[in-house]
Write a protein that binds this ligand. Structure first.
Ligand code: COA
Ligand code: ZN
Length: 304
């Protein structure tokens, strides 16, 4: 495995999409600008979805227009359909993150389409993007389990992976554990298979910590050779269209663990912690992240 791990921040998309507090465009822009200075490699800025479906992110275009871009960071927008892709191109995103669920029922709840209809939309999106330098990431939501259907067929997961890579020609792929159903042995086994199928396709893991298995799943993914991880500042997050959804793995907790283990993330943990401390003021409630509350282990060592 490469010793360098890539941390991809999703707080201003997955993190706040379910939050009801009024977060202003300026507050989102400021947070993204500060996150751009922490060393994360990607920031999922927002999503171009129906404003009725996710009102919190209706200002996506404004947010993109006002952020200061750091060349070292890839600025991503989540997109479910052709209309979203057109808006994303207009906003000059670096990368479009196309999302479809492996589970038929979650795809219907989330984007009101069959998987076949989503794939048809994605073909249109690939045509639009072809003449630009925008990259396309394909996300497979509910890769490890579905809140409606339970277990996910592995055959189906790899079938969609093959379509994403070979038929649609997506640049990279994300396996998302939308409601925290993955366990480490499953992650290790499935990701070894995925890496074996497409060793040259960059792959990301996107975990939610709904059942406390999030960071353990990262270690299992690393065992399989995956070096890219989505995480959300403070551990905020969750899909508004999945029952019982809770936060993503927490960025500062993830980085803290990886640094303690001697891995290089290129991320400034103290900057992340300082930013995370601002979140309760932004969303009017406490956040799940633990390192901010407990302190870094290196700080505790200093007390000896
Ligand atoms: N951006 C903005 N508006 C959009 C849009 C997009 N990407 N796609 C559709 N719309 C609008 C249409 O213009 C239409 O507006 P109108 O009612 O004012 O005429 C309305 O949404 C319905 O369009 P339709 O194509 O029939 O969509 P739908 O009702 O079948 O909903 C989605 C499909 C994908 C747009 C909707 O389910 C959605 O936005 N889901 C978001 C899911 C999400 O973000 N989940 C969390 C992240 S995984
Ligand atoms: Zn998510």
């Amino acid at each position: 495995m490469e010793n360098k791990l890539h941390i991809q921040e999703v707080v201003t998309r997955d993190g706040i999409q379910i939050e009801s507090a009024c977060i202003t465009t300026e507050e989102k822009v400021n947070l993204i600008n500060e996150l751009s200075k922490t060393g994360v490699s990607k920031i999922e800025v927002s999503s171009f979805v129906s404003p009725k479906a996710v009102p919190q992110l209706k200002d996506a275009a404004e947010v993109f227009k006002n952020i200061d871009r750091n060349e070292a960071v890839t600025y991503v927008a989540l997109v479910p359909n052709k209309q979203g892709a057109i808006r994303a191109v207009e906003a000059d995103v670096d990368e479009i993150n196309l999302v479809m669920s492996v589970s038929e029922s979650h795809n219907m709840q989330n984007v009101r389409k069959t998987t076949e209809q989503s794939l048809q939309e994605f073909k249109k999106v690939m045509d639009i993007v072809k003449s630009t330098d925008i990259k396309v990431n394909g996300s497979l939501a509910t890769s490890f389990g579905c809140p409606f259907e339970g277990e996910i067929s592995e055959k189906r997961l790899f079938h969609f992976l093959r379509i994403y890579v070979e038929e649609l020609g997506m640049d990279n792929v994300t396996f998302a554990d939308t409601t925290g159903m993955a366990h480490p042995k499953q992650v290790q086994r499935l990701m070894k298979q995925a890496v074996n199928m497409y060793p040259d396709v960059p792959m990301t893991l996107h975990f939610h910590n709904t059942r406390g298995m999030g960071l353990a799943n990262v270690l299992a993914g690393m065992d399989a050779g995956i070096v890219r991880y989505d995480a959300s500042l403070g551990g905020l997050g969750g899909c508004p269209f999945a029952p019982g959804a809770t936060g993503n793995i927490c960025t500062e907790d993830l980085v803290h663990m990886l640094h303690a283990m001697g891995y290089d993330t290129g991320v400034d943990l103290d900057k992340l912690i300082a930013l995370s401390e601002q979140l309760p003021g932004l969303i009017d409630k406490d956040v799940p992240g633990q390192v901010v509350k407990a302190g870094k282990i290196t700080d505790l060592h200093k007390l000896d």
